[in-house]
Write a protein that binds this ligand. Structure first.
Ligand code: CP
Ligand code: NVA
Length: 304
């Protein structure tokens, strides 16, 4: 594994190996066992969009691994003034040991990896959010002990989260369902791939999708960059909410996950959110452990 651009690029075994290392790093941290595998290494973090979890978990994660992280707002580096991605990639490769980037176009992340000579990590694009889904899979495994055969249901927009959950879920042997309005389906190539490689259903019926689910997952109706569509989306998605009616058709011990930030009473009711807050905030915590595993794999000298 050279980069983390999207989960499609990783094999089942590579994902499993990241999850196992993430569990180990979480154990080490809780037990004060030193794990400074990245001493002297620097990660550059380019952000063209806001972030709480991704920024803080990568920055603290690098520190805990003995390295350091640089926050690079795209507005404050020449990239924001039009310096090409390909030149930015070649310059930053001379200073840094790895780059995490959060931006709009998936192609920009792919281009960084083609022109740079250091590992590139996708910290969210409009197309994918692989770091989030690694933490999600880690969390599901913690609650359910394994992943294979579980039913994962995503309710809401067919966005970056939906795309990455489909790929991550199918690669790990889960059954994946997505409930969304017809005009908001996930990426068509990902859906075709999912149907060929596992059990996948995309429907406009939340109840059909959620029936007997082990894991229910939702995300905002309007993602970063779609603020202008928020009002229209509130109308289009009004029936795509995780609430008591949806919980009633899922398995009695179903867990609820949300990548956060959440909009209560939109994609999830306050009641369901608070009833499942333990899972949701364990999930948020696991960002740091899962990303530390990715960092060790990509930036570490002795490959774990
Ligand atoms: N879930 C997630 O990526 O959160 P942030 O936008 O706060 O980084
Ligand atoms: N779909 C959301 C995820 C935020 C973590 C967005 O892209 O804004």
């Amino acid at each position: 594994m050279e980069h983390l651009l999207k989960l499609k690029d990783l094999s089942h075994d590579e994902i499993l190996s990241i999850l196992n290392l993430a569990d180990q790093l979480k154990y080490d941290k809780k037990n004060n066992i030193p794990h400074k595998y990245l001493e002297g290494k620097t990660l550059g973090m380019i952000f063209s969009k806001s972030s709480t979890r991704t920024r803080v978990s990568f920055e603290v994660g690098m520190y805990e691994l003995g390295g350091q992280a640089l926050f690079l707002s795209s507005n404050d580096i020449q990239l924001g003034r039009g310096e090409p991605v390909r030149d930015t990639a070649r310059v930053l490769s001379r200073y840094l040991d790895g780059i995490m980037i959060r931006t709009y176009e998936q192609e920009d992340v792919e281009e960084l990896s083609r022109y740079g000579s250091i590992p590139i990590i996708n910290g969210l694009t409009d197309f994918a959010h692989p770091c989030q889904v690694l933490a999600d899979l880690m969390t599901i495994r913690e609650y359910k002990n394994s992943l294979k055969g579980l039913k994962l249901c995503f309710v809401g927009d067919g966005n970056n989260m939906a795309n990455s959950l489909i790929v991550g879920g199918i690669k790990m042997g889960m059954k994946v369902t997505v409930a969304c309005p017809e005009n908001y389906q996930p990426d068509s190539e990902i859906m075709a791939w999912a149907k060929e490689n596992g059990e996948f259903l995309c429907t406009d019926s939340v109840i059909d999708a959620a029936k007997d689910a082990d894991v229910l997952y939702t995300d905002v109706w309007a993602s970063m960059g779609q603020e202008g569509e928020a009002e229209q989306r509130r109308k289009d998605f009004k029936d795509y909410q995780i609430n008591d009616n949806v919980m009633a058709v899922a398995k009695a011990d179903a867990i609820v996950l949300h990548c956060l930030p959440a909009h209560r009473e939109e994609e999830i009711t306050d009641k369901v959110f608070e009833e499942h807050a333990n899972e949701i905030f364990d999930q948020a915590e696991n960002r740091i452990h899962a990303q530390k595993a990715v960092l060790v794999k990509l930036l570490g000298d002795s490959k774990k």
